[in-house]
Design a protein around this ligand. Structure first.
Ligand code: ADP
Ligand code: MG
Length: 356
């Protein structure tokens, strides 16, 4: 090697050693032949512990399979480099997300020597994105509980008024006490039901899948929203049919979704109208149609539905539809919208029926 060549070779080695980017050389068999300190930090291992071990040993198993096709293209020489996001398994067992660039290393004659992998740690970025998504879901839940509060106050006030009335009657000694007590206890039960529904929805809970009858969930949600609908001159008509419509799902999330769609429908009919909720069953699916005769959605807006923060309302947050769609997709379901301007909108939610 000439002197200047030797010098630039030393520089190159040095550059890899001090680079803030993890760098790993892999031979054509997939074993590590060189690993720099930045990569050692990401993995939590000493360089000696990694040498001659398969590179895949440190990749999260699911991610190895995920990129198989693309890796094969690289190996066969069809592509020269690959950009991937992968999870590495740290020595302590925790998972680090990395953005990884893999390229083929060739000799001067063009022979494949192996591969070079460059990593940057993107774990913090991934975590932040995940937390932001969680935060959005939580904040929407809270504001929804807030928005519901007004309607629920009415819902509770009605039975309270009747309880008060009957207590006065009992005091005055008029009429038959036992009958009054029956009415009072049934009114108290109704308040309990409403309050427990509200608490259930406001409490952040982890996702829990269980078997649930869609008809029952809809009934419970309508209990919460009916007074608000009536105040807005909206009649909720239900056509659930027989038999049960059982799905596997997170009851809390499904209720959130139904509340969102019912609220949107009610808000689309400022002058009052009808909201029909109809169930349609097939062998393995149930379709829930929320049909309003409200303002409808113009075509230009239809395509933007589901964008976060897209709202046409002064006090809207533009999150309801997006979150609802995501929650339904988490249940292996679909959401379809059909709408005619000034005539109304139908939101169709399709969910797989429980097979158990
Ligand atoms: P928000 O209700 O806070 O505006 P959403 O994500 O629930 O946010 O809805 C986004 C937008 O979609 C609404 O602002 C409205 O323009 C439109 N939209 C949703 N549902 C309906 C409906 N049933 N009828 C008319 N427009 C609707
Ligand atoms: Mg909404």
């Amino acid at each position: 090697m000439m002197n200047s060549e030797r010098l630039s070779y030393d520089f190159m080695v040095q550059a890899i050693e001090v680079a803030p980017i993890g760098t790993v050389f892999i031979d054509s068999e997939g074993s590590i032949i060189k690993i720099n300190p930045a990569a050692c930090v990401m993995l939590g291992y000493e360089a000696e512990e990694c040498l001659h071990h398969p590179y895949y040993d440190w990749i999260y198993p699911e991610d190895v399979n995920k990129d198989k096709d693309r890796m094969e293209k690289l190996m066969s020489g069809k592509t020269a480099s690959l950009q991937l996001e992968k999870r590495l398994i740290h020595k302590q067992g925790d998972i680090r997300w990395v953005s990884c660039m893999l390229s083929t290393a060739r000799s001067r004659e063009g022979r494949t020597l192996g591969y070079v992998a460059h990593f940057t740690d993107i774990t913090d970025m991934k975590k932040a994105a995940y937390q932001e998504e969680e935060r959005l879901i939580q904040s929407d839940k809270l504001s929804m509980a807030g928005q519901l509060a007004a309607g629920i106050a009415h819902e509770i006030r009605n039975p309270m008024t009747s309880i008060k009335g009957f207590v006065q009657l009992i005091r005055s000694g008029a009429g038959r006490k036992d009958q009054y007590f029956d009415i009072i206890s049934s009114e108290i039960e109704r308040i309990e039901l409403i309050v427990s529904e509200l608490l259930f929805l406001a409490k952040p809970q982890s996702v829990k899948f269980e078997r649930a009858d869609i008809r029952q969930l809809l009934d419970q949600v309508i209990t919460l929203l009916n007074t608000q609908a009536i105040i807005h001159n909206v009649e909720i008509i239900t056509d659930f049919g027989e038999p049960e419509a059982n799905v596997e799902g997170d009851v809390n999330h499904l209720k959130q979704v139904f509340i969102n769609f019912i609220k949107n429908a009610v808000e689309s009919m400022p002058g009052g109208g009808e909201l029909t909720i109809r169930l349609e069953r097939s062998d393995d699916h149930v379709a829930i149609h929320f049909t309003d005769n409200g303002c409808g959605i113009p075509e230009a807006i239809l395509s933007r539905l589901g964008e976060p923060f897209f709202t046409t309302k002064e006090k809207g947050n533009g999150l309801g539809f997006m979150i609802s769609k995501k929650m339904i997709e988490d249940h292996k379901g679909q959401v379809h919208v059909s709408s005619k301007l000034h005539e109304g909108t139908t939101i169709k939610v399709i969910l797989p029926l429980s097979i158990i």
